[in-house]
Design a protein around this ligand. Structure first.
Ligand code: CA
Ligand code: CA
Length: 150
């Protein structure tokens, strides 16, 4: 005879009293709770044995990445010698994904055909191309896509 004797409040799991088969009564979600600990008991009267069971969930890619419209502003200090656009990271695509183990992937879809803005495809960090010069519009619209892949 099998039963759960600890750690099942509220009732998330059900154990078949004869087979010992463990069933989840709700849809388990890694982001809600990644691990459960219960104590189960097997009885063969008059003998009783107990064991602690760790139930660890594996994350599923069940949430979409979130990305809203954003702006990046940067200065170019024009000296009489040359353009001095910033050379380091000027910003990061502000995307977010609720999945704990998800990796985001960033690409330009439109508006950056000359590759004057360079995105790090895995971190979303943005830099300026060395080819950027002053003969460009002051404002440019681009479409960036973020994809989630566990
Ligand atoms: Ca995701
Ligand atoms: Ca998930």
């Amino acid at each position: 005879m099998y039963q759960i004797v600890e750690g099942n409040i509220p009732e998330i799991f059900q154990m078949d009293i004869f087979s010992g088969e463990l069933t989840a009564l709700i849809d388990l979600d890694y982001e809600t709770k990644p691990e459960y600990v219960i104590v189960v008991q097997a009885t063969s009267a008059p003998l009783v044995s107990r064991a602690t069971v760790h139930i660890k969930l594996i994350d599923q890619n069940d949430n979409s990445p979130v990305l809203k419209n954003f702006q990046i502003l940067f200065n170019n200090y024009v000296s009489n010698k040359s353009n001095t656009f910033p050379s380091g990271v000027i910003g990061k695509v502000p995307a977010y994904d609720p999945d704990a183990s998800d990796r985001l992937f960033y690409t330009f879809e439109r508006g950056n055909e000359l590759h004057l803005l360079i995105v790090n495809q895995s971190s979303g960090e943005l830099r300026l191309s060395r080819k950027l010069d002053n003969n460009r519009p002051l404002v440019a619209s681009m479409l960036v896509t973020v994809t989630g892949r566990v």
